[in-house]
Design a protein around this ligand. Structure first.
Ligand code: ADP
Length: 322
């Protein structure tokens, strides 16, 4: 049997903690005497043969950094069977028989296609700030992003309170409202708008008017996931219809960056260790995630074929605490 060699890559949107996960994969593999390669810039680098052998030192001084030392990218070519065949050939010629993909939904879907067509062993790790990968209650980077948002909410509350204004904060989450929901609850927002729950803006606006004019609230905080509406439009409508000074804030890409929190570093390290052990031990087509505080193994195809739902407990709690 040929010597085992595995590869690691990050793909899609970056998230804080990807470095910690990659570091754990590399160090675990080296500890076990297995060769490990790094693929630069996601599937794009795989197609372009931008692949390098890594050693323990290659992943020094990165655990505390956001982003990803391997770089990440999106690749249209990889969406085609021809692109994937070209990419796979670059792994095959190095004897790479196991691949760890750290990325979001799309990246894991790409990995599933590669596994199906070329039979390579795949282990996926959910790396996205959105926390939207089915089968896991955690994705690498979601905690750091949530902490970045809560910092913004705290600051906006100070100034909104001082001026008796309404603040509308738009956060990331095109199809998944987890970030908006947890930060809205933790930040004491009056309204949390997410793509998974329908809302009636007219009704909200009349409630805001009542809360404000009857002095039930000094100021109003609204958190909106980008998939549920645009802060600029919502703020304009609130101001127009209530006369309350309303300020929109779009947090944007600061949510992606930053030094990972301790939770993201530890969990990413645990997931990275499991990923390497699985590939070394011959386990394939799985994703590692967390459930009730423990690392769990999820079938790769289940993970990509199912849609994670927003915890209804959060939705209820948000309403009760409003
Ligand atoms: P994320 O992983 O953050 O969800 P994307 O959805 O952009 O990010 O996916 C990252 C990359 O994964 C894409 O640019 C593409 O190369 C690959 N990919 C996504 N979906 C598929 C798919 N259905 N089949 C093959 N490759 C895919």
């Amino acid at each position: 049997m040929s010597k085992k060699a595995i590869a690691i890559m990050t793909s899609g949107g970056d998230s804080p903690g990807m470095n910690a996960a990659a570091r754990a994969v590399v160090r675990t593999a080296i500890y076990a005497g297995v060769d490990v390669y790094g693929i630069n810039n996601g599937y794009k680098g795989m197609i372009e043969d931008d692949i390098i052998q890594l050693n323990g030192k290659s992943v020094s001084d990165i655990i505390q950094r956001g982003g990803t030392f391997l770089g990440t990218a999106r690749s249209k070519e990889f969406m085609t069977p021809e692109g994937r065949a070209k990419a796979y050939a670059n792994l095959e010629k190095r004897g790479i028989n196991g691949l760890c993909v750290i990325g979001g939904d799309g990246s894991l879907r790409g990995a599933a296609a590669l596994a199906k067509e070329h039979g390579i062993s795949i282990v996926g790790l959910p790396g996205t700030i959105d926390n939207d990968v089915w089968g896991s209650d955690y994705t690498i980077g979601c905690d750091t992003a949530a902490n970045t948002i809560i910092d913004a909410i705290n600051k906006l509350r100070d100034t909104a309170s001082a001026h008796r204004r309404c603040a509308v904060l738009e956060v990331m989450g095109r199809r998944c409202g987890w970030l908006a929901m947890v930060t809205g609850i933790a930040g004491g927002a009056e309204y949390i708008l997410v793509p998974e729950v329908n809302y009636d803006l007219e009704e909200i606006i009349s409630e805001i008017k009542d809360l404000y004019e009857n002095n039930k609230k000094r100021y109003i905080m609204v958190v909106v996931a980008e998939g549920a509406g645009k802060a600029v439009d919502i703020a304009e409508k609130i101001q127009q219809e209530t006369g309350i000074e309303t300020r929109p804030t779009v947090l944007g890409h600061v949510q992606r960056g930053g030094s990972p929190t301790i939770q993201d570093r530890i969990k990413a390290s645990q997931l990275g260790e499991q990923a390497a052990l699985a590939l070394i031990g011959g386990i394939s087509n799985v994703v590692y995630g967390f459930n009730a505080g423990r690392v769990v193994q999820i079938d790769l195809f289940d993970a990509v074929n199912n849609k994670k739902t927003l915890d209804p407990d959060y939705v209820r709690l948000a309403r009760v605490l409003q």
